[in-house]
Ligand binder design. Structure first.
Ligand SMILES: [Zn+2]
Length: 145
């Protein structure tokens, strides 16, 4: 839930910024009330609107792309990429993938190295209660005389 709220917040912030930029562009190019066939400055306005559209699309792409490599629990960037599998030993080791891990041990993310049939969804595997198990063994060691 927190993961999706963070993504929605980023997209909302970027949309608000781009809407402000759009209002600024409209302020400098007011509507034509003189009924010209080709209003003066329309080419510059169209060029700026095209650039605005490209910037908006790029910003949306960056928001989604950066969100893919974040921990689903703590929202930190995933680290320590490890390559697994190989094409030569595909039957034994599986297809080549890159695994990222949360630095606080919340889970791992598996990304396919080669996306043959379009963009595949990354596979998120939560580690579960790994820290509680480790702490429990430490508590057991403390309780022993
Ligand atoms: Zn985490």
């Amino acid at each position: 839930m927190r993961y999706w709220a963070y993504l929605a917040g980023k997209i909302f912030f970027c949309a608000a910024f781009m809407y402000g930029l759009l209002c600024l562009l409209d302020h400098f190019f007011p509507a034509d009330n003189h009924h010209h066939i080709i209003p003066p400055g329309i080419l510059l306005y169209m060029l700026l609107m095209g650039l605005w559209f490209l910037a908006s699309s790029g910003l949306l792409f960056v928001c989604i792309w950066a969100q893919r490599c974040r921990c689903r629990v703590c929202l930190r960037r995933l680290r320590m990429p490890v390559e697994t599998g190989s094409w030569g030993g595909m039957l034994l080791l599986g297809r080549p993938r890159i695994e990222y891990i949360c630095p606080y041990g919340h889970g791992t993310l598996k990304l396919a190295e080669l996306q043959i049939s379009g963009l595949e969804n990354p596979e998120w595997n939560p580690n579960g209660e790994i820290w509680e198990e480790l702490c429990a063994s430490a508590h057991d060691a403390d309780e022993r005389p």
